[in-house]
Write a protein that binds this ligand. Sequence first.
Ligand SMILES: *Cc1c(COP(=O)(O)O)cnc(C)c1O
Length: 355
Amino acid sequence: MLEIRYELVKEKKAKPDWDNLGFGKHFTDHMFIMDYDEGQGWHDARIVPYQNLSLDPACMVFHYAQEMFEGLKAYRTPNGEIQLFRPDKNIERMNRTNERLCIPKLDKQDVIDALRAFVKVEEDWVPVKDGTSLYIRPFIIATDVQLGVHPSKSYKFMIITCPVGAYYAEGIKPVKIFVEREYVRAVKGGTGYAKVGGNYACSLIGQEKAEKMGYSQVLWLDGIEHKYIDEVGAMNVFFVIDGKVITPALEEGNILPGVTRMSSIQLLRDMGYTVEERKLSLAEVEEAYAEGKLDEAFGTGTAAVVSPMGLLDTGDRKMIINNNEIGPVAQKLYDTLTAIQWGKAEDKFGWTLKV
Ligand SMILES: *Cc1c(COP(=O)(O)O)cnc(C)c1O
């Protein structure tokens, strides 16, 4: 059991308006911190009042972006308990990201202990209303004070949380997606598979361009040929073509291996769908569309769970998918997955962990 020191607030913050939580706006009373120092390893785990950090401006994270993050949620079940969804998968991914960024790995059980202990402290922040949850953001920053380009020898691992609203306040609405052909997010050999802030920093320009044109997100193509579909913004993508479900394969290392993606593949197969993980070119999607075989397209991720694409603009062609409505595959997947996450259906795969 991870030893955690508790320094709890004397007075809790006022709770936000549970009907207007938004995303990532209201942070809870406390934060979790653990330090790493060379020779000592990870040490001094503590839960302390949520507060500003005091850091030397020469800390490595500010200059060379040696930083990683994760994202998962705690869900309130109908009988008032709180559960996490596949936190082991987030921690495994966290350690793959750490390896890529030369950040020391964390012990899986320590992180599970930290997550449970921290959510327990903040349990009155886990909202109750339909579709709401407590978003959990673990992250690590490099804190060595020096400007030489080397992996840091000291780090801070922190966890902050915020209650978040139902992603779809008025039912699931399909989104407009712009295919980005100029900028790329990731290349083979790069950090596409790692959950790092740097991937987002370099994707902002494409995102901003798309937003200015009235689109909500960007569909990224592979960084070498600009031909194959990678993913959308902060979501993995699925296309239903002629009844078959196709999602880009992870082998090249330029796609973030989503926990929602992994769970969706398993659930869809369990429902009897054929799911192919393979290279999928934009040309193949356009051809399917022209032949009337592009049944559905949707993104998956922890925040929105399943997000249908209503319009996909390739620059040459605007494809309206499934009449700009959520399709049966996306709907069934959304219903099944959310029922497990919020504890409304039997968890036959053993994916949830009570806090
Ligand atoms: C986090 C993330 C996803 C989704 O992963 P989940 O584990 O399903 O939340 C997809 N793409 C990118 C780029 C991400 O950062």
